[in-house]
Write a protein that binds this ligand. Structure first.
Ligand code: S3P
Length: 174
């Protein structure tokens, strides 16, 4: 049997992976999954509480388990946490599982989208903008190396992004 590739969304916090992923899943008729949701259910705590009580290393272990379990499924849309590409093994599994689309946004857009919600433990800082810039710089090459295609979401609606992502998936993104 030929396996139907997954549609995998990667990218920084606030680039719209979850919202766009859900819309793409509806359009493709695929189930929607999200590594953060998988981890929260498994550990029975919100992500912010996992970071606070168990630490980032524990979270990253759970994230690897989530990728291992979800990437072997087929015909799903999978949104991932912004740090998933920090582990090359995650990147390898995700790339093997389907088409990987990177969502990007400007620092200003990211700040506006994540600002004030307090749910991103890595952005709990007096200067979230500098934190975003530093993390983006650190991660940019890993994001790009993992991606089959890139969509800049800064000036697009969720529907417009989803339309482009679905077209990339259906075109095989090559
Ligand atoms: C993280 C991003 C978050 C979540 C965790 C760590 C990161 O997911 O996995 O807080 O390292 O960038 P979103 O990208 O969905 O916000």
């Amino acid at each position: 049997m030929i396996r139907t590739p997954n549609l995998v969304l990667i990218g920084f916090m606030g680039t719209g992976k979850s919202a766009v992923g859900r819309t793409c899943a509806t359009q493709l008729g695929f189930p929607y999954h999200d590594t953060d949701t998988w981890i929260s259910r498994r550990v029975r705590k919100p992500i912010s509480q996992i970071f606070a009580e168990n630490g980032e290393a524990f979270f990253r272990d759970c994230e690897r388990d989530a990728v291992r379990e979800l990437s072997v499924r087929s015909a799903i849309v999978l949104s991932t946490g912004g740090g998933v590409v920090l582990d090359p093994e995650n990147t390898r599994m995700l790339r093997e599982s389907g088409i990987v689309v990177l969502l990007t946004a400007t620092v200003e857009t990211i700040l506006a989208r994540v600002g004030g919600r307090g749910s991103r433990p890595l952005l709990q800082s007096d200067d979230p903008e500098s934190r975003i810039r530093a993390l983006l710089l650190e991660r940019d090459s890993a994001y790009r190396a993992a991606a089959d295609a890139v969509v800049d979401t800064s000036d697009l609606t969720r529907e417009e992004v989803a339309e482009q992502v679905v077209a990339l998936y259906q075109g095989g993104a090559h």
